[in-house]
Design a protein around this ligand. Structure first.
Ligand code: PML
Length: 285
């Protein structure tokens, strides 16, 4: 019998302000009810305060999720905020992102967090998403029970087993499963969380400690779009294509800048991506 999957998504807010959110892909009545209960509990005990409304959506998926491997994880060795920001910029340039696009990204991430990510053309640095307030959200994502267990174990060995890392890694792994994205740059908009990341096929999920000052509510996500790609196709993939992390790549420790650049063999182990018809319509991948 064909396995049926549901996407379970939770959003909690107060006076139109976002407080918390969570999502996953589940199969079977027990898994779905358990996830729904955990998400509501999480919404009601969030440190940002009591929500006025919690919305929960349980939605039958009309396509089988793409099964992907998580990006390999490592943490960049940095010496304070200035160093972290300088190395992040250098890393993005090394990935082939233009000065202009890097500047645009830092400008966006210095603003109040958007709900979704900004799409930035890798060459011109121009914003591409149609709704600049909302941005593009990576959604319909999840991780299998087994993969989550393995991931938690590997992160634990490095002392970084927390929900933020896990959720961000799942998002970044889906983002990099899109062949039209060259890299993602994320700075958390949580005032208490100062670690961000760059995700790319060359660097894997590269954590950036001290990327912002503690207490700052600024941050967000930028997806760097390859030349000639169309925003609508990318947004469709990010928001509609269900993706499930089913395999976990290695989790390394703290790595110096030069070592990441020297290590070109780290690839995210990804065969998945957009359907061939979209690839053809959308130019080179
Ligand atoms: C967020 O707050 O949503 C982004 C979290 C980034 C996590 C970075 C890390 O610690 O790996």
């Amino acid at each position: 019998m064909r396995r049926i999957f549901y996407s379970v998504r939770m959003r909690a807010g107060r006076q139109s302000r976002h407080i918390s959110g969570a999502e996953g892909i589940f199969s079977g009545k027990d898994e779905i009810s358990q996830a729904a209960r955990l998400y509501v509990e999480r919404a009601l005990s969030h440190p940002k305060g009591r929500p006025e409304a919690v919305s929960l959506k349980v939605e039958l998926l009309d396509k089988k999720p793409l099964i992907i491997t998580s990006l390999p994880v490592s943490t960049l060795e940095v010496n304070g905020m200035e160093d972290s920001r300088r190395k992040a910029a250098e890393m993005l340039l090394w990935l082939g992102i233009s000065q202009r696009a890097v500047k645009t990204a830092f400008r966006i991430l210095a603003g109040p967090g958007m709900r979704g990510a900004a799409l930035v053309d890798i060459k011109t640095g121009r914003r591409m998403e149609s709704d600049k307030k909302r941005g593009t959200r990576a959604s319909r994502i999840g991780i299998t029970k087994k993969a989550l267990q393995i991931l938690a174990g590997r992160l634990e060995e490095r002392g970084i087993d927390n929900i933020r890392v896990k959720e961000a890694l799942i998002v970044a792994s889906k983002v990099m499963a899109c062949p039209f994205i060259e890299a993602e740059f994320c700075i958390s908009d949580n005032p208490d969380y100062t670690t961000g990341y760059i995700a790319s096929r060359q660097t894997g999920y590269l954590r950036l400690p001290d990327i912002k000052r503690k207490g700052s509510p600024k941050g967000g996500r930028v997806f760097f779009v390859k030349e000639g790609a169309r925003a609508a196709i990318i947004t469709d993939f990010m928001e509609k294509t269900p993706v499930l992390v089913g395999k976990i790549a290695p989790v390394k420790g703290i790595i110096p800048f030069y070592e990441i650049k020297a290590d070109n063999n780290r690839k995210p182990g990804r065969k998945e991506g957009l359907p061939a018809k979209d690839r053809a319509r959308n130019g080179p991948a």
